[in-house]
Design a binder for this molecule. Structure first.
Ligand SMILES: Nc1ncnc2c1ncn2[C@@H]1O[C@H](COP(=O)(O)OP(=O)(O)OP(=O)(O)O)[C@@H](O)[C@H]1O
Ligand SMILES: [Mg+2]
Length: 285
């Protein structure tokens, strides 16, 4: 490979985030067993799997919100396993959690200021955020909790730009957004990857996630069911994996229901509907 080709980060580059043989549990209940996962700079890894399988748990372990029972979390070759979440953030790891993770009682400008890394003044943080999401420019003095759901999501995502991270972990950030805003979220993910950032994304829009992913990691119970490029993952196998269950259920229950957003507008055909939103199965294993 020529040096010019090598200048573009890709899946074959040394990983910036590595989970090595990570096992994690809640009390006596094991969730992750010997999980290995890596993300290289400038690439998107989609972490997929049915409800309750351990996707959020994986991100929580990576971000330091849950200590693994065994295994290591490495960022840029450095072992961060015992480091507190704020120290991991300083080391370049940014988690955008499910449910937005913004300070609703603070203004947009205050939220951005809080996420500015050491040495970055608040003006620069605002400029970066507004450049990424122009709508925030008109909302700087507004309380974050008083913005629309989509605007709040943009603010949450702006953190991924302001923190200047090496790795961004995104947990279902398109949840509850209109189709237009979902487009914007996916555009933002692509822009972050193009800027050389490593992304580990959990997404309900499985097909859309696969369309932008360089690699898919499909979680099964107690094992990785598939790891590789999305083109190698058979669609039937994927659907079967989501619907196939250790708890067999009547077929009529096992429907792929469209997203909460846009349902009333008839938006969300089977092609881009969130997969695996099966009523009553959430967190029941
Ligand atoms: N704080 C917690 N305490 C105890 N058990 C938990 C906790 N959080 C999650 N679990 C359990 O751990 C398992 C994995 O949960 P996790 O949230 O990682 O799943 P997920 O793949 O993100 O699911 P979803 O697609 O529904 O978000 C589930 O069985 C869940 O009930
Ligand atoms: Mg989750």
């Amino acid at each position: 490979m020529t040096s010019a080709e090598k200048a573009t980060p890709g899946p074959d580059d040394l990983p910036v985030l590595e989970l090595e043989s990570v096992s994690a549990s809640y009390g006596q209940t094991p969730v992750l067993r010997e999980l290995n996962l890596s993300v290289s700079p400038g690439t998107v890894v989609a972490l997929l799997g049915p409800n309750g399988i351990g996707k959020t748990t994986t991100l929580r372990v990576a971000a330091g919100l849950l200590s693994p029972d065994r295994g290591r979390v490495m960022v840029g070759g450095q072992d961060l396993t015992r480091l507190a979440p704020n120290k991991r953030a300083a080391a370049g790891l940014c988690l955008i959690p499910e449910g937005r993770g913004i300070f609703r009682g603070l203004t947009v400008a205050e939220n951005l200021r809080l996420h500015a890394p050491k040495g970055m003044d608040s003006g620069a943080a605002t400029e970066i955020a507004v450049d990424a999401f122009p709508v925030l420019g008109k909302r700087l003095s507004q309380l974050a909790g008083k913005m629309s759901g989509g605007e709040q999501q943009m603010l949450a995502l702006a953190r991924a730009y302001v923190c200047q991270p090496k790795v961004v972990l995104l947990d279902e950030v398109s949840m509850g957004l209109s189709p237009l805003l979902v487009d914007q979220v996916f555009d933002a993910i692509k822009r972050l990857a193009a800027a050389g950032i490593a992304l580990l994304i959990v997404e309900q829009y499985v097909n859309r996630a696969m369309a932008i992913a360089d690699k898919v990691v499909l979680l099964g119970k107690g094992e990785i069911a598939f790891v590789g490029p999305p083109s190698d993952l058979d669609q039937d196998r994927l659907v079967e994996h989501y619907l196939g269950s250790d708890k067999p259920q009547p077929l009529e229950e096992a429907v792929l229901i469209p997203s909460r957003v846009g349902d009333e507008n008839g938006v969300g055909d089977a092609g881009d509907a969130p997969v695996g939103r099966i009523p009553d199965r959430r967190h029941r294993r």
